[in-house]
Design a protein around this ligand. Structure first.
Ligand SMILES: Cc1cc2nc3c(=O)[nH]c(=O)nc-3n(C[C@H](O)[C@H](O)[C@H](O)COP(=O)(O)O)c2cc1C
Length: 227
């Protein structure tokens, strides 16, 4: 157990790092994978995350080397169910999804029996995912947190061995950058922050950020008892 406790220790490098963080598209990844030691560091760092009740409500599936091609059999089959008319070329493309980076790590949120709300278990998985992104960057790699269609494919989930307690929180594509990404808009704090006082109207960001052409998205959660 690492007993060091850095709560309250100032480190502005971390602030700077977080403020300049960016995802790296799989288009810009070289084929240089982290070493086994680096992968161990990555997973250990990701797993050091707030977790109400010490439930460890998540686990990892690591795809490296030939495993990335092997999982293509499942991806192909799953995509055939998504689109029975898919051409052979399209099926080949989908089967190769995990080949886009030298390392692919799937984070699965697993619902635990416990008194703490499931919502908090999901949040812990999200926090773990963010730790994973930052740790990959800090080790000198780019990473891209994706879910894509297969995370919601019943065939893909089944064939991989997931069950009704599992949700894919993220699939991390990790590799050395071959180029740096452009900037991206970040939220305007004035639209989403409220300094509360009695009677204040909350800044919920709706006017600026709701995309009115869509309905509110449905939660895609495969709860116990659902199919
Ligand atoms: C849960 C989750 C799933 C995501 N899935 C996708 C995805 O399937 N495809 C995609 O283009 N971006 C996806 N993203 C967004 C990217 O990870 C990334 O945040 C985005 O490209 C913006 O880049 P930035 O991280 O530099 O802000 C997802 C993000 C989250 C949090």
């Amino acid at each position: 157990m690492d007993e060091r406790n850095l709560a309250g220790v100032k480190n502005l490098d971390v602030i700077d790092y977080l403020q300049s963080r960016r995802s790296l598209s799989v288009k810009y990844m070289d084929d240089v994978a982290p070493s086994d030691d680096e992968i161990e560091t990555l997973l250990k760092t990701a797993a050091r995350v707030p977790d109400h009740g010490k439930l460890f409500p998540w686990y990892f599936i690591v795809f490296k080397g030939s495993a990335r091609a092997e999982v293509g059999t499942i991806l192909r089959e799953a995509y055939r169910h998504e689109d029975p008319d898919a051409s052979a070329a399209k099926l080949d493309l989908e089967a190769d999804r995990f080949m886009r980076a030298p390392l692919v790590v799937m984070v699965v949120s697993r619902m635990r029996h416990g008194k703490h709300p499931l919502w908090e278990q999901f949040l812990s998985a999200g926090a773990l995912c963010q730790n994973m992104s930052i740790a990959a960057n800090a080790l000198g790699y780019g990473s891209n947190w994706l879910t894509e269609w297969y995370s919601y494919s019943p065939v893909f989930r089944d064939q991989l061995g997931l069950d009704a307690r599992d949700n894919i929180a993220g699939v991390f594509y990790i590799g050395k950058p071959s180029a740096q990404p452009d900037g991206r808009d970040r939220p305007d704090l004035a639209k989403i922050v409220t300094h509360w006082h009695e009677g204040v109207t909350l800044n919920k960001g709706d006017a600026a950020y709701d995309q009115d052409k869509y309905d509110l998205p449905a939660a895609k959660i495969f709860g116990v008892g659902d199919d």
